[in-house]
Design a protein around this ligand. Structure first.
Ligand code: DAT
Ligand code: MG
Length: 150
């Protein structure tokens, strides 16, 4: 089963929205197979956002993402990369549809509450930054048959 990485960003933690965000992920049916609270440092931020290091907004992004603790989640489920991206909504909360996390809870692109990997390839790379193999759990949920078509 494919995996993806979600981060509740510092604004989500500070605003007391971690539970709301994680709840939406759980209600969708995605399985949490790893979870930890950490504070990213500059080195981790550069590694995680390697594709954005040259972008004009990178210094702001770096300050923001290292400004407080985040919650990292390893998620599993069929098409979980796309499923999470759909739950998140567009990068800019002003363009994200109502019903999505960013569309319902955010107002600015720099404070958009949640990260989600954008492809299976980035998910693999990003998960390996935040989790060791022994921090990822393999377990069955008895409700899986009601969520996942066999
Ligand atoms: P996403 O988080 O939807 O995958 P991204 O990978 O393009 O979006 O960008 C990473 C983060 O950088 C994004 O969540 C918020 C910030 N960001 C992106 N574009 C921005 C912009 N034009 N101005 C300010 N911050 C931006
Ligand atoms: Mg991205």
């Amino acid at each position: 089963m494919n995996k993806t990485l979600a981060l509740v960003k510092p604004d989500g933690v500070q605003r007391g929205l971690s539970g709301e965000i994680i709840s939406r992920i759980e209600k969708k049916g995605l399985k949490i197979v790893g979870m930890k609270m950490i504070r990213m440092d500059g080195e981790l931020a550069k590694l995680h956002y390697a594709d954005h290091v040259e972008k004009p907004f990178f210094p702001t992004l770096m300050d923001f993402i290292t400004s407080g603790p985040i919650i990292a989640l390893a998620l599993e489920g069929p098409n979980c990369v796309q499923a999470l991206r759909n739950l998140m909504g567009s990068t800019n909360p002003n363009e994200a549809t109502p019903g999505s996390i960013r569309g319902d809870l955010g107002l600015s692109v720099g404070n958009n509450l949640i990260h989600g990997s954008d492809s299976d390839e980035s998910a693999k790379r990003e998960l390996s930054i935040f989790f060791n193999e022994n921090e990822l759990f393999k377990y069955e949920r008895s409700i899986d048959g009601w969520i996942i078509e066999s």
